[in-house]
Design a protein around this ligand. Structure first.
Ligand code: ZN
Length: 434
C-alpha cells in the first residue's frame, strides 16, 4: 500500500539528507565491488559488504544515525543489481546521481512506526520525524516493511502489512458462467448465453492518449537535456516533463481503479470465465513510418495494451482466488469472431463488419457478443460443429478447488467430444476441411 507523504520543511530536509546518504552508500558499494574486482580479481559478496558496515560507520559517522537494517537494505539493492547483471537480466550497475536515486527501505519493523488505521495518518521515521501521510489501504494489519520513495517531486511511503483479518472468500461460489470478448471498439463484450452486456472504456482513458500525446508534443519543442553536448534542460522543458509524468501517473491510477472495479463486478456473480488468448499487438493501431514510430508504439503500449492485459490478468486472478475456472480460448484454432455461436459455421469476417449474420441459421448478433458466445460455448463444451476440447485450453490449476472443477469440466469435455465423434464431427476433421 502506498501513501503519499506530506513532510514539513524540516522533515523534508531530513528526508532529502537521508536519501543522499543512501545514494552515497549505494555508489560506494558499487565502487567497492568494481575496484576489488579490477585490482584483486575478487568478487565481493553481499555479506562481505554487510560485515564491513560497522567499520564504515566509524569513518562516516553520519551513517550512525541510520538504522543498520535500512543500510543493509541499500546494500541489498546493490547486490540485486549485480545479480541481475550477472544473470544477463540487467545492465552493468551504474553509479547513481541523486536524481536517479529513488529512496530507501526499512526491511523490518525497526527504524519507523506507523500511526494509522489504514486510512491517512502519520509515519514516524527515526531521526527524521513525524510526517503526515494520506492514502487508503484495502487491507490493514501490522506494518512489516516500509519503503520511502521520492518520485516526481513527491514523497511516498510504500508499506506492506501482515493482514490479520482473513481474506474474504465466499462460501458459495457464484454460479454464473460467461464469455468475454476484449475488443477494441467497446472494451468488453460479456455474455452468459442469454444476457449480453457491453462495457465501454471510460472516456477519460480514451481521451488520455490524446492528452498525453499533446503534452509530450509540447515537451519535445522545449530544450531537452543532452549530456554529451552538455546542454542542461531548460526550465520550460522541466515543467513540460513534469506535466507529462503527472498526466501519465494520473491515467495509470485511473486505469487501475477501473480495472479493479470491472473485475470485481464480474467475479461477484460469475465463477466460470472464458476469454480469448490475447494478442495485444493486433489491437493497437500501428504507427506509420517515420522517426516517431517508436514513440508511438510506446504510447500505444502504455495506454491500450497494458489496460487490456491488466484487465484480463486481474479477472483471472480474482476468478482463481475464489476458486473459479478461468479458460483462455485458443483463438487461432477456435476463431471466435469467424464462427457462428448457434450453428458453428465459419464465415470470414473482415474487421469492419460489426454484425454477425449467419447465412446458414440466420442468427444475427453484434460481432463482439457473438465472439464472446463462441468462447463461452466452446469452453463449456456446447459449441456446435467444432468439437470442444478443454484439455487444449489453458485452464488454471493454482488451487485444489480449481483443479477439481477443471477435472470435472475435462470429463465433461471428453464426453462431448465422444458425442461429436459419433455424429462424425470431430474437431480434427473439421479443421482439416478448412
Ligand atoms: Zn449459424
Amino acid at each position: 500500500m502506498t501513501f503519499r507523504l506530506y513532510p514539513n520543511r524540516q522533515t523534508e530536509q531530513s528526508l532529502r539528507y537521508h536519501r543522499k546518504l543512501h545514494k552515497d552508500l549505494y555508489n560506494a558499494a558499487v565502487y567497492n565491488r568494481f575496484t576489488q574486482y579490477q585490482k584483486f580479481n575478487h568478487s565481493i559478496s553481499y555479506f562481505e559488504q554487510q560485515n564491513s558496515l560497522p567499520a564504515f560507520k566509524e569513518v562516516w559517522i553520519e551513517y550512525k544515525e541510520i538504522s543498520s537494517q535500512a543500510l543493509q537494505a541499500t546494500l541489498k539493492r546493490v547486490d540485486f543489481a549485480f545479480e541481475r547483471w550477472f544473470k544477463g537480466l540487467g545492465k552493468r550497475p551504474k553509479f547513481k546521481s541523486i536524481r536517479h536515486y529513488s529512496g530507501w527501505t526499512y526491511p523490518a519493523k525497526t527504524g519507523y512506526s506507523v500511526d494509522s488505521n489504514g486510512e491517512n495518518g502519520y509515519l514516524v521515521l527515526s531521526k527524521i520525524g513525524r510526517i503526515q501521510m494520506r492514502g487508503k489501504a484495502k487491507y490493514w494489519g501490522t506494518p512489516t516493511t516500509c519503503t520511502i520513495v521520492y518520485r516526481n517531486s513527491q514523497w511516498y511511503a510504500s508499506i506492506t502489512v501482515e493482514v490479520l483479518a482473513q481474506v474474504f472468500q465466499p462460501k458459495v461460489l457464484p454460479t454464473g458462467a460467461i464469455g468475454i470478448d476484449l475488443g477494441c471498439k467497446s472494451a468488453l463484450s460479456i455474455t452468459d448465453g442469454e444476457n449480453h452486456q457491453q462495457i465501454e472504456t471510460p472516456k477519460f482513458l480514451r481521451n488520455a492518449e490524446h492528452k498525453i500525446k499533446q503534452a509530450s508534443k509540447k515537451k519535445r519543442r522545449k530544450i531537452a537535456p543532452n549530456r554529451k553536448k552538455k546542454i542542461k534542460a531548460s526550465r520550460r522543458w522541466k515543467r513540460a516533463d513534469a506535466k507529462v509524468s503527472k498526466l501519465t501517473r494520473k491515467v495509470a491510477n485511473q486505469r487501475l481503479n477501473w480495472v479493479h472495479q470491472v473485475a470485481t463486478e464480474i467475479v461477484s456473480s460469475n465463477s466460470f470465465v472464458a476469454t480469448e488468448k490475447l494478442e495485444v499487438t493486433k489491437m493497437t493501431r500501428k504507427a506509420k513510418k517515420g522517426k516517431r514510430k517508436k514513440q508511438k508504439a510506446g504510447l500505444n503500449k502504455s495506454i491500450l495494451d497494458v489496460g487490456f492485459g491488466m484487465l484480463k490478468s486481474t479477472i483471472k486472478y480474482k476468478v482463481e482466488q475464489i476458486g473459479g475456472v478461468f479458460i483462455e480460448v485458443p483463438t487461432k484454432r477456435v476463431k471466435p469472431s469467424q464462427t457462428c455461436p448457434k450453428c458453428g459455421y465459419q464465415h470470414k469476417k473482415t474487421l469492419d463488419i460489426r454484425v454477425h449474420e449467419c447465412s446458414i441459421c440466420g442468427y444475427v448478433q453484434d460481432r463482439d457478443i457473438a465472439a464472446a458466445e463462441v468462447m463461452l460455448y466452446w469452453a463449456t463444451g456446447n459449441l456446435m460443429g467444432l468439437g470442444t476440447s478443454l484439455i487444449d485450453a489453458e485452464s488454471p490449476s493454482s488451487t485444489s478447488i480449481t483443479r477439481k472443477t477443471a477435472g470435472s469440466m475435462r470429463q465433461l469435455g471428453a464426453k462431448k467430444r465422444q458425442k461429436s465423434k459419433s455424429i462424425g464431427l470431430d474437431s480434427e476433421t473439421q479443421t482439416s476441411t478448412k
